[in-house]
Ligand binder design. Sequence first.
Ligand SMILES: [Zn+2]
Length: 151
Amino acid sequence: MPAPKLSVRINEDHLRQLCCDKLGFKSVPRIEIITRGHQRRHYGTYDPLRNIITIYVNLSEQAGDRLSAVNSQVLHTFLHELRHAWQHRNWTSEHEMRDDRRNYSEQRRERDANEWAQTHAAEHRALIRVSRITRPPAGFARLSTHSRRGL
Ligand SMILES: [Zn+2]
């Protein structure tokens, strides 16, 4: 059985408010949603050079997932990456490297991004909507074409 197709929609107004008013960004980072061809489940990346957030949503593995669970996971990933964008703008390297333990700055970035995403998930629930792409049966599609023509 083929995996259900999902669409991921971002609420642009909400995103602009979050980025520009709350996080103080000059502009909204570019967002890229990849919904096929990846092995891992819901994860994302932030590329500071291109200022682009990429969110991967793996459809085949999600066949058994509940949509509401997928929605909160994708939201968490998105907020996590947005926090990395904020860190990139606000953290100095001195700030990040205060402790000289190996990989500390990376752990610190990840921990902070996870905590921030968790704390703000409820507030930004409206930011992302994952839904199933459903196609009406062929007969229904023909009917709606006819009725549209009649208007
Ligand atoms: Zn991360």
